[in-house]
Write a protein that binds this ligand. Structure first.
Ligand code: SAM
Length: 308
């Protein structure tokens, strides 16, 4: 199915190709039976409640299964990478269904605290090989079950920085050749409506070059070394930075319910946003607070300048 140009100059979904989408009318596509039973956007009023000042720009040392400090409809974006339950210091040894149920309770709280149209961006990798556990797919199922609207799936291509793993199974033999993942996912969802209202007329800070790059579904940037950051599984600041730039306005609030070393908070501050974080580990919270203080006044990326 491709697009053709309408009389009014816009394009329309059709069986044959047309070069681009201009004022595209996709109503027939979305009315097709393929979309029967799919979650639909709701007609909801935009509500935005204030977070008590004592919790704004703070990391709360408790489990994000219950984010009681945060009012409903108070967060503009959640961006996180969850604990993987694979034996890191902070991981419990849960069964897959116990683990997914734990994560789902955090996603449910996220749904409650996001403003209408607010985004949830989950960075996750699949696990194991024998067999491969498609964790990203299981999380998608749970998010859809909770009523989130899925917006897309980013592939984070870590090729340049991926460790040169030689766990390729049987060398030069099809007997048991094994894939070496050099990617992770960032799963993107939103609450209730596809479009974010902006009644306060807050500023968008994304540059033209960033917008052109970040709206592509494959992102390429390096991972960061755990030792350098002082946490077993940090993501690079660039990951939350891109999500924040793409999906929020200046001065809005970023939540990371598994904040670890504080990378999401630093990306939030350095791009002119606020943050709230949760972590159960006192030592990580102390370390993240130190890193956040040390980063004060630094710009993550010069917003005004092109990086390309
Ligand atoms: C993959 S790490 C996140 C790393 C983070 N993105 C960063 O860049 O440093 C997961 C974090 O979740 C925390 N955690 C585990 N269970 C938690 C829970 N129930 N509530 C809040 N945090 C939790 C762990 O202590 C760990 O720091």
């Amino acid at each position: 199915m491709t697009r053709r140009r309408r009389k009014d100059g816009g394009t329309k979904t059709s069986s044959f190709g047309s070069p681009g989408r201009i004022g595209h009318d996709s109503s027939s596509f979305y009315a097709s039976r393929l979309y029967e039973g799919q979650a639909k956007a709701k007609k909801v009023q935009y509500v935005e409640n204030k977070i008590p000042a004592e919790f704004l720009d703070k990391i709360i040392c408790s489990s994000s299964e219950n984010m009681k400090e945060l009012p409903d409809n108070s967060i503009h974006i959640m961006v996180t990478s969850p604990p993987y339950n694979v034996g890191k210091d902070y991981d419990d040894d849960l069964t897959l269904s116990e683990y997914l149920a734990f994560l789902k309770s955090v996603w449910k709280e996220t749904l409650r605290v996001l403003v209408p149209g607010g985004r949830a961006c989950i960075n996750v990798a699949n696990l194991g090989r024998k067999p491969y556990i498609p964790l990203a797919s299981f999380i998608v199922d749970d998010m859809l079950d909770l009523g989130f609207l899925m917006r897309g799936e980013l592939i984070w291509d870590k090729n340049t920085s991926a460790s040169p793993s030689t766990a390729w199974g049987t060398w030069l033999s099809p007997r048991n050749a094994i894939l070496r993942d050099i990617h992770e996912y960032i799963l993107v969802f939103c609450k209730d409506t596809f479009t974010r209202e902006n009644p306060q007329k807050r500023e968008s800070t994304i540059t033209k070059e960033e917008f052109l790059e970040y709206t592509k579904s494959v992102w390429q940037f390096s991972a960061v070394r755990a030792k350098k950051i002082g946490h077993p599984a940090p993501f690079p600041k660039e990951l939350p930075y891109r999500c924040i730039q793409l999906y929020t306005f200046k001065d809005e609030i970023v939540l990371d319910p598994f904040i670890g070393s504080g990378q999401a908070a630093i990306a939030a501050i350095e791009s002119g946003r606020h943050f709230v974080g949760y972590d159960i580990d006192e030592e990580y919270v102390r370390h993240a607070n130190e890193r956040i203080s040390a980063s004060a006044g630094q710009e993550l990326f010069p917003l005004s300048k092109s990086r390309y």
